[in-house]
Design a protein. Structure first.
Length: 444
């Protein structure tokens, strides 16, 4: 079983590289630990994830507002939130090989797992990346790459209030990069030093927090299901005691059964009024809200649904990876839902070097590209190879233009194409003018 799971990770990692989803960061220079680069299909998959998230949680709602804050923020933000003093992992360093380990991730503190050398004292290791701003390097010019997108929303709370005048409850949403100097980045894109988050800070009256905690829990689950995550692999963990972050009085971690173990996918936290109170105190700016109806002045409380883009990509790859065994051969394919698949459909001429097939196929390709955008032209290799390649990248439909389309072999079939289904491998012949409706119907 363990072997099977290792194997699955290997298959996914190798497919991701081979087919242009995910590459090691700076690969030609030997890589940079904890960083990954997304290739053409990976970018498409990420964009589909982010668009689906934004559509559901921002565009389709009447109480959500987007922000896009800077990655570099005034250091006082991180002083106020406690990140400068406390955003650290416990770490030990091997005196011999100098490798560092998170103490909560190793079994023994007596010897190094790599070289059996002696381990040093446990130290706190701050996970924020520091850099210098401006020309003069001193401590006052130190700034940090944000370790979460959340604070960009708290520090803009007043700006949004003053410009848009929303009424409680309402939310701010942001998608953006976050950076953490993880001591042991690992498990492919699961734990990286640079990653992307999709976060919501939902501001509300403190009396309503339980109602909205339940509401957001359901909303998160609904979205997970809508993008095609394997819901049998999603678990909820009520975070308790010392594991609860200092700002939270209730947190649920949504965990996913990855091949390397059950690990955090997303989090849902009730952050109380911790952040707005802290920023109000430290910035001396009034961050209270005045309710015109009840004449009450209060600091709103916050429910925070927090999602990682990269962990979504990985959980989707794990959920979608399938193999159909045919005799001695395995046909691997990614059973992405059509709304999330990097390519909706691929269009091919049966033979590459027949101009009449190519011209017709290219017209069909343009028609579908104008409609769906994510459409691929594929005339490389024979049809079998093209199907195999499209299966591996999770393209739901392959459309082939053949001699029947031209009406050369069977006049009844003039202006029809074959459309092949990725999951079943079956083909249908449909009219060229019906392709768009056919796909739209299946997508819905
Ligand atoms: N604002 C709250 C917050 O940042 P978190 O649990 O530390 O909470 C939220 O992070 C989400 O960000 C995680 O559930 C995960 O999806 C993603 N995430 C966190 N650290 C990550 C890392 N090193 N690599 C990839 N994704 C990460």
């Amino acid at each position: 079983m363990e072997n099977e799971k290792d194997n699955l990770m290997e298959k996914i990692t190798s497919l991701a590289k081979r087919r242009g989803f995910i590459f090691q960061g700076s690969e030609i220079y030997g890589g940079l630990a904890g960083t990954y680069d997304y290739g053409p299909l990976g970018v498409a998959l990420r964009n589909n994830i982010k668009n689906s998230w934004w559509k559901k949680f921002v565009d389709n709602r009447e109480d959500m507002y987007g922000v896009d804050a800077s990655i570099l923020m005034n250091s006082n933000v991180w002083k106020a939130t406690g990140h400068i003093d406390n955003f650290s992992d416990p770490m030990v360093e091997c005196k011999k090989c100098k490798k560092r380990f998170r103490t909560d991730q190793i079994e023994s503190l007596s010897e190094c797992v790599e070289c059996k050398g002696e381990l040093g004292e446990e130290k706190k290791f701050n996970m924020m990346f520091a850099t210098q701003i401006g020309a003069v390097e001193d401590s006052s010019s130190t700034v940090y790459l944000r370790p979460e997108t959340a604070q960009g929303m708290f520090v803009n709370f007043k700006n949004v209030m003053d410009s848009i005048h929303p009424k409680l409850p309402f939310g701010l949403a942001q998608i953006g990069k976050a950076f953490r100097n993880e001591i042991t980045p690992r498990d492919f894109i699961f734990r990286q030093r640079e990653f992307e988050q999709m976060e919501i800070e939902f501001f509300l009256h403190p009396n309503d927090w339980e109602k909205y905690f339940t509401y957001w829990r359901a909303e998160m689950l609904e979205w997970m299901e809508s993008i095609g995550l394997d819901m049998n692999s999603v678990y909820e963990l009520e975070v308790e005691g010392a594991d609860l972050a200092h700002y939270s009085s209730r947190t649920i971690d949504f965990e996913f059964e990855f091949p390397f173990g059950r690990k955090e996918l997303y989090g849902l936290a009730y952050r109380t009024d911790f952040d707005l109170q802290t920023h109000a105190k430290n910035s001396t700016v009034d961050l209270s809200y005045f309710d015109d109806d009840t004449k009450e002045r209060l600091i709103p409380h916050v429910i925070e649904p927090s999602f990682g883009v990269d962990r979504t990509v990985l959980a989707l790859l794990v959920s979608a990876y399938k193999e159909e065994i045919k005799g001695e051969e395995a046909r691997p394919y990614l059973a992405f839902s059509p709304s999330i698949a990097p390519v909706v459909c691929a269009v091919s001429p049966l033979l590459k070097n027949k101009p009449e097939l190519r011209d017709y196929a290219h017209k069909v390709y343009r028609m579908l590209k104008d409609e769906f955008g994510r459409v691929m032209w594929d005339d490389n290799g024979n049809i079998g190879k093209r199907y195999r390649r499209q299966d591996e990248i999770g393209t739901p439909w392959c459309i082939v233009i053949d001699f029947d389309t031209l009406g050369e072999e069977n006049p009844e079939h003039k202006d029809t194409v074959t459309i092949r289904d990725r999951d079943t491998g079956t083909q249908e012949r449909i009219k060229k003018d019906d392709i768009i409706d056919y796909i739209k119907e299946k997508m819905n």
